[in-house]
Every structure is written in structure tokens, then in C-alpha cells.
Ligand binder design. Structure first.
Ligand code: ADP
Ligand code: MG
Length: 346
């Protein structure tokens, strides 16, 4: 979540047509700012002047608190302190941290470890964490060494009425919540809106988004998955979220080139290598933005065929864009189709 985002993969559409619409109606209020190396944006309808005055500050405060808890870029965050602490004893964790870890571990299990929040040593080795980008492709022995520190079996969350604890069974485990941080933060903003009495809003943090109600023109909030090659913000597919969260993971935004090869920031924990297949992006709709954000990463690692099979088996709402030759091919799972404004999959 720390790499700069130059483009958005999800577009917000506020009118019935698909592309070329205004990005917001004149009467909706839009606030935006920066967090976790990306951009947050809140569009809300029907705010009182007092709400409009206070919201930006409250939003930033909430996001800064999340970042202070979960960032691996801040040395004094709760997560960095957990990572640096070699103790194998159970450590007390907040409900916040317990929630994000629970969802991450669940999706991790369901994807057989494709989505793995202990992948940090490999992420750092490939230069997508706080470490610098390597000047050479990491060697097989470096990858093997990093892999010995990776695996969901090394992390146990214990939730009890007395409190939650998190325990690692190797001292140098490195938990990286970057891939779910945006969804988690988007859900937090949605909760903040509810607490502030805002009933019509759409919030996004990076590539994760969640909405409720309608915008001022009386239309549902509509969100488009952007065409991968597009420079004109064209919609590949448009959905009506119906109060759900949505998140897109794509390997065409964050990458670098090393020794002539394109290096994706999504790492397959099984091979220890950056993903290298034809699945260009995975978009997931789920009850929360956090779940959607966890699934999109797992599906990206799995690749098109396995992602399709899992989406069908678990009735996940998934939209995949795969590169076939010079073309991009979209695929919507049966559940995803129920959110589509009209069937535009092709
Ligand atoms: P995207 O932009 O594709 O949504 P995110 O920014 O949400 O991606 O997540 C990418 C980050 O997730 C990487 O920079 C890395 O920190 C972490 N990551 C990479 N591979 C995995 C993986 N297999 N499981 C969990 N986290 C991963
Ligand atoms: Mg994700």
C-alpha cells in the first residue's frame, strides 16, 4: 500500500450512462486526502454544513490511526513492533488487528496459501517492502532462505472474551498487511460515516471501495472496472454495489523491470517468485471491502483458471481480465453478474 498509484482501476460513475459521465454530481460533496501511500476519497450526499466541516478531519484521524497500527513502513507501528519482537509468547492485539488478521487468515486458507500475510520476507527481497529494489534478480538460495520464514502455520490468532492474542512460532516472522490495508481502511471510513449519521456515501482507499444509499441525483452509486489499457477512463464493466465492498488487484500498475523482466509486486508464496501469468486484474465484490481486498490478491496469485474454479465453487463475485495475445478478455462469475448493471462481459 506504499507504492504510489498513478491511476485508479475502479472508476466511480454517477449517472446512468457508462463512460464519459461526470465523476461527481455538483451537489455531492467530495473530500480526499492521502494515507498509506495512496489516496482516500469520500463522496457524500445530503451533509449538514457541520458534517461537511468536520468530516475531513475525522476521516484523516481515523486513517492515521489505522496506519499507526498496521503499517510496516512505520517502525513504531503496532505491527512493526510485533515483527521486531522475537518473543514467541502470545501478544495482546486490538479488535481492529484481530479483525484484519481473521479475514486474511481465512482467505489464506481458502486459497491454499496464495494469499499469505507472512509473505513479507519475499516482498522485501523483491524490493516491494521498505527495502530497496534489488539490483540483481534474487538468487535461488536467497529465495529459499526467505521462504523458511513464510507460512500461515507460523501465525496463530486466539480470540477470547478476555482479549485477543497473536502468536508467532518463529522469531523472525514478518507480517505484511499491505494488501488488505486499503479494504480495511475503506470499511473503517464506512463505519465512521454511519457513526456520523451520513446515510449516502461512497468511500474509497486506493483500490478498495464501499458505498451505501444513493447520490443526490437519486441514482445508486455505480462503479466501473476500468479497461486495462485505457487512457480515457473507459469502463470495462459497470456494477451497482448494493451496499457491498469492491476491490481490484492488478499487476499492471505496480511493477518495475529488472534484468529485462517485468517484476510484479504480487509474490507467489509457493514459488517465492513474482507472479508471471496472463491474469491482468482480479476484481472482487464482497460484504466488506476488507474481504474483497483479501480475495483479489489471492485470486491474482492463483491465475485465471484456478481463480475461475474457486470463484464458482465458493460463489464469489469475481471479475477477471486476462491478456490473450493482444487482447484483454473479461470474465464475470455468476455471482458477479448479479451486480452488473447490464451484462457487458465479453
Ligand atoms: P494491488 O495494487 O494489486 O491491489 P496491493 O497494494 O493491495 O495490490 O497489495 C500488494 C502488496 O501486497 C505487495 O506490495 C506486498 O506488500 C503484498 N503481497 C504481495 N504478494 C502477496 C501475497 N501473495 N499475499 C499477501 N500479500 C502479498
Ligand atoms: Mg488486495
Amino acid at each position: 500500500m506504499q507504492l504510489p498509484r498513478f491511476c485508479q482501476t475502479l472508476l466511480v460513475l454517477l449517472c446512468a450512462g457508462l463512460v464519459g459521465c461526470e465523476n461527481s454530481s455538483p451537489s455531492d460533496q467530495v473530500f480526499q486526502g492521502k494515507t498509506m501511500g495512496t489516496v482516500w476519497r469520500v463522496t457524500a450526499s445530503g451533509l449538514t454544513p457541520e458534517q461537511a466541516r468536520e468530516l475531513p478531519h475525522l476521516i484523516q484521524q481515523r486513517l492515521d490511526a489505522d496506519d499507526q497500527e498496521l503499517s510496516t513502513w512505520k517502525k513504531d507501528s503496532w505491527l512493526s513492533r510485533f515483527n521486531q519482537n522475537p518473543s514467541l509468547d502470545p501478544q495482546p492485539v486490538s479488535d481492529n488487528v484481530a479483525a484484519i488478521i481473521t479475514s486474511s487468515l481465512y482467505v489464506g486458507r481458502m486459497t491454499e496459501g496464495a494469499m499469505d500475510i507472512t509473505v513479507g520476507p519475499l516482498v522485501n527481497l523483491w524490493g516491494f517492502g521498505p527495502n530497496a529494489i534489488p539490483t540483481h534478480t534474487p538468487s535461488a538460495s536467497q529465495i529459499t532462505a526467505a521462504k523458511t520464514r513464510v507460512g500461515l502455520q507460523h501465525l496463530t490468532l486466539n480470540e477470547t472474551v478476555q482479549g485477543n492474542t497473536l502468536r508467532k512460532d518463529i522469531p523472525d516472522l514478518y507480517v505484511d498487511l499491505s494488501t488488505v490495508g486499503e479494504g480495511f481502511a475503506a470499511d473503517h471510513l464506512a463505519r465512521l460515516m454511519e457513526q456520523q449519521g451520513v446515510r449516502n456515501y461512497l468511500v474509497s482507499v486506493g483500490g478498495a471501495l464501499i458505498s451505501r444509499g444513493q447520490h443526490l441525483q437519486g441514482q445508486p452509486w455505480r462503479v466501473a472496472v476500468q479497461k486495462p489499457t485505457d487512457k480515457m477512463n473507459q469502463a470495462q464493466v459497470v456494477v451497482d454495489l448494493q451496499g457491498h465492498g469492491i476491490s481490484t488487484s492488478g499487476d499492471y500498475r505496480n511493477y518495475y523491470e529488472l534484468e529485462g523482466k517485468r517484476i510484479s509486486h504480487i509474490i507467489d508464496p509457493n514459488s517465492g517468485q513474482p507472479i508471471d501469468h496472463h491474469l491482468v486484474s482480479a476484481t472482487v465484490i464482497a460484504t466488506t471491502a476488507l474481504e474483497a481486498d483479501a480475495w483479489d490478491t489471492g485470486l491474482m496469485v492463483l491465475g485465471t483458471e484456478k481463480a475461475k474454479a474457486l470463484a464458482k465453487r465458493l460463489h464469489l463475485a469475481v471479475y477477471l481480465i486476462t491478456k490473450e495475445g493482444d487482447h484483454f478478455v473479461g470474465w464475470a462469475s455468476p455471482t458477479f453478474k448479479t451486480f452488473m448493471v447490464n451484462d457487458q462481459s465479453h
